[in-house]
Design a protein around this ligand. Sequence first.
Ligand SMILES: *Cc1c(COP(=O)(O)O)cnc(C)c1O
Length: 466
Amino acid sequence: MNYVSTRGKAPDLAFDDVLLTGLARDGGLYVPDAWPTLSGADIKAMNGLSYAETAFRVIRPFVGDSINEGDLATIIDDTYAGFDHPDVAPLKTLAAGEHLMELFHGPTLAFKDYAMQFLGRMFDHVLAKRGERVTIVVATSGDTGPAALEACRGRDAIDIFNLYPDGRVSEVQRRQMTTVNESNVHNIAVRGTFDDCQNMVKAMFNDQPFRDRYRLSAVNSINWARVMAQIVYYFYGSARVTGGAHPVSFAVPTGNFGNVFAGYAAARIGLPIDKLIVGTNRNDILSRFFESGLMQTGTVHPTISPSMDIQISSNFERLLFELYGRDSTVVRAIMNTFKDTGDFAVGPKQMATARQLFVSARFDDDETKKTIRDVYEQSGELIDPHSAIGIAAGRACRGNTDIPLISLATAHPAKFPDAVEAACGVRPELPARLSDLFQRDERFTVLDNDLAAVQDFVSTALPGTA
Ligand SMILES: *Cc1c(COP(=O)(O)O)cnc(C)c1O
């Protein structure tokens, strides 16, 4: 299988090159040149399989000949063996026909581990085979950084530089980054905002000599391999709830549209899905879009669900490509308009197609806290603010209650203890694997919001690279 860019001006690539490339050279995103399909019988045969076995069956067609099957199976087994629940993505029942899939049993307690742990291993495997190294640079507002560092720590072929805004991430999040004590891990606390960090990462990618000298690479959610690894739990959840034979709906708290796009991909390759319910916080660009057909950025407001404080949903471009019948000329024009004006509109025909599958709702911080409280009172489950937005959206939008609903719990409540305690009076405790987090030594370097200073820091840390 090959991959094509949504903007049609970058070379087609095989899976292993897409993995290492991340963003296409024309600014677009890579997608499979055709969707593989799993038959009804294939899907029913996943009933009762372990998470790793399910992952192998879902991922294999996307990888094609890039990685041999034995190696792929080993990498997948190794990835999920380190998760701290035997089911990897366990399901709980909140009410009749309403389920919660916990995606926080990886090392950093957020769903990003499910793809990132796989990505780190895949990078190492492909790079070792080629005898190459890469330097990963990542900007984080709090959840991507820890997941990326845990995935890359100690890997032979990778150095990773992690930029986060000094003083603007939670203490748990900061410690999850700064206590990763490995010589290939470099934490930079930037005297600035998340946007400043993001802009410096983009600038380093745009500095071609720098980019080439250090072989920069990206693990953010525009990397196709992350979306791919997230398709798995839609199949797994559906198999656990219905045996895979009947439609289910999924409620997904959404920021960059990566997670819920993986749900769309699951539907495209054959999983029976009734609705994909997109929950947003006050930063409601996506909810407004599904109501009006107009995508329009605004200012980012801080909320108690900070990993969704986003006003540009990068992965949406992949859906746009599908809605316009994979016409990269149209996508290119729309994305150019968006860059110039900060908005674009999608036609009525395309919106009708989108609305067959997607519905959306937004919730402010008070509504989010109320959902945390309600769920705790109804079922005794503590949920984090992001997961609460998914549950609230699911309850508001599911429509036909005969169809089972699975809400995705994207973070462990102990990642956001203050918000959870304020909502329901109970302070969630860190799981055993992180219980000594506040005793571990921290390592980080504070730098000004200055590109030259950050680039100097990279050059000094990697003296052998010329
Ligand atoms: C990243 C994140 C999200 C948003 O996921 P997207 O793929 O960007 O839509 C939601 N919840 C949590 C806890 C996250 O870390």
